[in-house]
Design a protein around this ligand. Structure first.
Ligand code: CU
Ligand code: ZN
Length: 188
């Protein structure tokens, strides 16, 4: 009898052990390392629009930080001065850039500046090009995300012809679209 009980206990122990093992293998992909759904970095390669005779290109990186997102990179081929810079709703390039839709705005807010507490999630303000037409991008953000309603993966990144005035509705009167990128998952 005693031996049978011991065998039964061993059986239960094995089942518990296997369950624990099963839970572990299911949890593992959440840790990242190439698998699973935890994205930590995205990349957007700006492609010049053709209807505008644009030469604007560049690569912008989005990196998850403890406080939100760090956005950085370089854009070339601009006219000197400020140019509107936004995440748009759709990650689609077209000859005039219009297929990228309006500003990414999941919270149904009004258009505003990047530092405004109420803004389109996609409102990143302006980039500023130097005399040679090069703009360095380096900003921190606490609204852009790689998950949930504010997820920017698969959406568009747009550089405009003119400066975003940061107040005109619905898009800051920034004029034509000189380059459009698709924000995609990058190698971490
Ligand atoms: Cu825009
Ligand atoms: Zn906007």
């Amino acid at each position: 009898m005693a031996q049978n009980k011991w065998i039964a206990a061993l059986g239960v122990g094995s089942v518990v052990g296997l369950l624990a093992l099963g839970m572990q293998t299911e949890a593992a992909p959440q840790q990242g390392h190439g698998g699973g759904n935890m994205v930590s970095k995205a990349e957007a390669q700006l492609i010049p629009t053709t209807k505008t005779d644009s030469k604007v290109k560049g690569t912008i990186y989005f990196e998850k930080t403890s406080k939100g997102m760090h956005v950085h990179g370089e854009i070339t081929g601009l006219t000197p001065g400020e140019h509107g810079f936004h995440v748009h709703e759709f990650g689609i390039w077209s000859p005039d850039g219009m297929s990228s839709g309006g500003h990414f705005n999941p919270t149904k807010a009004a258009h505003s500046s990047h530092d405004s507490p109420k803004r389109h999630v996609g409102d990143l303000g302006n980039v500023k090009a130097d005399d040679r037409g090069k703009a360095m991008v380096d900003l921190d953000d606490d609204e852009l995300s790689f998950e949930g309603a504010n997820c920017i993966l698969g959406r568009g990144l747009v550089v405009h012809e003119k400066a975003d005035d940061l107040k005109s509705q619905p898009a800051g009167n920034a004029g034509g679209r000189l380059a459009v990128a698709i924000i995609g998952v990058a190698r971490p």
